[in-house]
Ligand binder design. Sequence first.
Ligand code: HEC
Length: 607
Amino acid sequence: MPTLARARRIIWQRMASAAEANRPGRNRRRTIRRLIVMGLCLGIGLALQSRRDDRVAADRFEGARFVTDFALKDMSGKLVTPESWRAYRAVVVIALGADDPEIARIATTFRERQVGFFGVSPSPIRPTGFDFPILLDPSHELIGAAGLHVTPEAAVIDPDGLVVYRGSVSGVPAALDATLKGRMPEVRARPAQGSSLPDPAPLISIDEKVTYSTHIAPILREHCVECHRPGQVGPFSLLTYHDAAKRASFLHEVTDSGQMPPWKAMRGWGTFFDAHHLTHRDLALLDRWAESGAPEGDSTTPAPPIESPEWQLGSPDLILTMAEPYAVAATGDDWRGFVLPGQLTDGRAIAAVEYKPGNRKVAHHARVFIDATDYSRKLDADCPGIGFSYDGRFDIPRPALVEWGPGMKLRTPPEGVAKPVKPGSDVVLLLHYHGRGKPETDQSSVGLYFAKTPPTRIMAMHTLSSNRIDIPPGEARHREVARSTVQHDIKAYSVFPHGHNLLREMKLTATLPDGQVRRMLWIKDWNFAWQTQYYYTEPISLPRGTKLEVLALYDNSPANSLNPNKPPKRVKYGPSSDEEMLGCHLYVVADDEAGDQYYRRKWEDAR
Ligand code: HEC
């Protein structure tokens, strides 16, 4: 802020001259008074400046509306979901009444600019005079999400589902012009006059009978059983009718509260593979099923099959397994490292690494490293028993190749992206075990996938982090911000957010050099137990000069049930789980050779 900088310079100059004026014989008291006033001004100036620095890009989406969850049929019976909108650069949704020449004209103008137009009507009475699809929305799935109240009224929605404009149809062209340029419209809302919409009908009709076989089994198979079946992390199985029926209301409770399935990324902030989101209708079905006594329905209906390949990424080129089973204590945390037998002797580049827990009940979190030194071997030799213990702070001088948490999904990197490995390197597995009440053993494996063609790029880590975290006791919404500027044109493939028990929210934005703001990740109810890597369905281009910013909110009040300190204490940066961290690791590939070299050097120098 130039004016502020100027004001500060003037204050400095005045203070300097005041100090100079403060010679014997002058009016000392006046000078001191002046100095105090100027010091105060400077203090306020600095405070203003730091407040300005705290104003982060994420804040502009405070209270924003998103249209990210609906499944509606058009008049011809075709199903339309947010997925169907992927091809558009913006979508206009209009609650339609009688025919309206203005809407038809706007649609004609903007259609060739890849704008999708959809009428939406709460009743099956077909409005005439429109040549775009009309979606039937008796339960206000879309109407409610877009915030429409009258007919005609329009909402302009950006490609990630954010409602950037809402109100009278006359405001649509200006809103579209801005959105197509990647900017926020200047006018975000305009009052619309018209007739009010009828009240929404319930999501499932009163007389629809909800059964396990027809409605519930498909939901559980799609969203729950990957963890809730024997040998997986879930505390019980949900494979059969009886498994589910005896917990019917519990299933509704945990899904309605958002506790399950554990998928933390909010819709509208990045589009990710493997997203586990239940729709409003799924929730209504689980509710109705529990309320009506959990009927089974036709027990001969085959439940959808479950996919459970042994390795997510297919057969590895090399499998390394811990030399012997490790005995995990019945209770508490145990951080243990293992140098896996079998060195990487031929220097092939590693495209992907997959961790396979030997015992999912106790494997809480795992990281796989490549160690080109004898550091880990020495630790292993010096520590009695198999493997070596570390205190959670352990870091081999290389970033981890893969991080694993329960339910974590992996993706194969694009062709030509792989990490070169020095011949003779060790594969080191760092495990965080968590006892589950009785002694268990674990013998985990790591699968390696080598590059098929000589690699041209590496998957690098672009990290945003802060080690200046300092959270006063009792503060319920403490803000921390970390920033970074992108030095080369890159594409982001995935993001791994990290924090501990006080972290509540994290928002990652990218402000591109042309001013566009990309919403990249928003976690609203952070949970230490559910850390995962989020893979973008489309890599996000971040040109050189892009400003990345992560805003984190921490709750250090006694009301936070996860607060490790009772009563709350001041909490600072630190790797142990009663300290705090702020990390957002973007996995990126550089667009060009120079960028790749830059990230390669960082990889080589990493400590
Ligand atoms: C990624 C793995 C995973 C998925 C997917 C998953 N769960 Fe869970 N679930 C767990 C784990 C682990 C626990 C125990 C720890 C906890 O409660 O967080 C659990 C706990 C539960 C509980 C007990 C909660 C409590 O407070 O004791 C219920 C009920 C439940 N899950 C239902 C579901 C339903 C219904 C789905 C699907 C809509 C689902 N889960 C999807 C892993 C999963």
